[in-house]
Design a protein around this ligand. Structure first.
Ligand code: PLP
Length: 360
């Protein structure tokens, strides 16, 4: 068996230790006589797995007590609707920042429920930067402000947290949650699909401040009401038990490895090394303004796009997979989430230099 370095944007690599533990526990979890997949979600065993995962996530992120942590399904895409349904609370307007493909999707969905005020957009620049913090003027009558701290497709990341005053700040952190420490108290809602940096697909983590729960838009489906899941400990219906368990193993792996401080250091080093390699070469380029470059998703293009398929073939032969860029951007994209070891980034940089020597 030869595991590759997988640069997929999501579902993405998982830490090898986590997969090994899952393999060891696959047929029988502890002395339960069964796999986690086969357990009742209401049984003592799974309840302990679920509770430990939540406790570990709270500890890793230092989540304050007045926030609920929900383990849901439906992906980040369902949150595009759940956020307005739960957060409008009698108002009819919300502020959105438009900084890439995922922002646009969130905006399109929110428009079904309220007036969307686009406070700032970087679409004109081809989504290659973020707006200046000082330029942001939020509405005083908006119900909330929504933004996408890391745009997975464009590789654009906010180097700051927008200051929204009393307005609840909502963040789609699908591709950046757990990549470094954050101050949860700055946010009203944080949500993330798990398949980027948390665990396998099928699980969506939502961290929501207590006072934002309980007043939904008329007609909101029961399953789309945060209160339903907050009251039931995310067990109103059958949760994605195996994905929840695997996310819990990832949280324990993070704790064993220095937590989010240590992760942040490693992620900063990985991304700096890769951007340096791109910038030092005339053969590769990245269009994103340096201050807004993502630590997690690094798009780059080759000077001659005709070489793209050759690059991908040779990279694959070298054990470097899933480097094809998103169809809307073209070129390449290396997603280097927590589970991508520094050795993987070094191998990519070495391969890129060698490829340039032979084809540049
Ligand atoms: C992947 C991604 C999504 C979509 O997530 P799903 O879980 O597939 O719905 C939304 N926002 C961002 C920033 C993403 O990276």
């Amino acid at each position: 068996m030869a595991r590759v370095f997988n640069f997929s944007a999501g579902p993405a690599m998982l830490p090898e230790e986590v997969l090994q533990q899952a393999r060891d526990e696959l047929m029988e979890w502890k002395d339960s006589g069964m796999s986690v997949m086969e357990m009742s979600h209401r049984g003592a065993e799974f309840m302990s797995i679920a509770g430990q995962a939540e406790a570990d996530l709270r500890e890793l992120m230092a989540i304050p007590d007045n926030y609920k942590v929900l383990f849901l399904q439906g992906g980040a895409s369902s949150q595009f609707a759940m956020v307005p349904m739960n957060l409008l609370r009698g108002r009819d307007k919300a502020d959105y920042l438009n900084t890439g493909s995922w922002s646009k999707k969130a905006i399109a969905e929110a428009k079904r429920y309220c007036d969307v005020n686009v406070v700032a957009s970087t679409e004109e620049s081809g989504f290659t930067t973020v707006p200046d913090a000082a330029s942001l003027a939020f509405s005083d009558n908006a119900a909330y402000v929504h933004y996408t701290p890391n745009e997975t497709i464009q590789g654009v990341e906010f180097p700051y947290v927008p200051d929204t005053g009393a307005l609840p700040l909502v963040a789609d952190m699908s591709s950046t949650l757990l990549s470094r420490p954050i101050d949860v108290s700055r946010y009203g809602v944080i949500y993330a699909g798990a398949q980027k940096n948390i665990g396998p697909a099928g699980l969506t983590v939502v961290i929501v401040r207590d006072d934002l729960i309980g007043e939904t838009l008329e007609g909101t489906p029961t399953m789309f009401d945060y209160a339903t899941h907050a009251k039931a400990g995310s067990m109103y219906n059958t949760p994605p038990t195996y994905a929840w368990y695997l996310a819990g193993l990832v949280f324990q792996w993070l704790k064993r490895n220095g937590g989010l401080e240590a992760m942040g250091e490693i992620n900063r080093r990985k991304s700096e090394a890769l951007y340096a390699a791109i910038d030092e070469s005339d053969f590769y380029s990245n269009p994103v303004e340096p201050k807004a470059r993502s630590w997690m998703n690094v798009p780059f293009t080759l000077a001659d796009p005709a070489l793209d398929p050759v690059f991908l073939d040779e990279a694959k032969a070298a054990g470097l997979l899933t480097l094809k860029g998103h169809r809307s951007v073209g070129g390449m994209r290396a997603s280097i989430y927590n589970a991508m070891p520094e050795a993987g980034v070094e191998a990519l940089i070495g391969f890129m230099a060698d490829f340039e020597k032979r084809h540049g």
